[in-house]
Ligand binder design. Sequence first.
Ligand code: CU
Length: 124
Amino acid sequence: MLRTTFAKLLAVGLVALALSACGSKNDNAAQPEDTAAASQEIVIRASNWQFDQTEYKIPKDTPVRIKLENEAGAHGVQIEGAGVKLSNGKKSKVVTLAAGTYDIKCYIVCGDGHLKMKAKLVVS
Ligand SMILES: [Cu+2]
């Protein structure tokens, strides 16, 4: 009886230890890179205060890895209607999108030019 309780406590302790060890490796407890399979990748490079392109193009109905690289400052990429929200803690996401034009914006208040940080994602 006492033995089983001890074993349970030990198991709980080990899980907690594993979780905290994992969390200390990254800023965020979440996996920073999406490891799902993708047939293509695009990189959105952010700096103060712009994205490297005003328009990014990807094919429709195809798994594409969208990656954020912060070259200067700490910015976030949100793609509205696409379920994409990237930052230094979560740098990539694989998405399969229907054709259309999606708005990209910075969602982390990053300074003077924050509101200028806009682009489009064209899926066709
Ligand atoms: Cu911003």
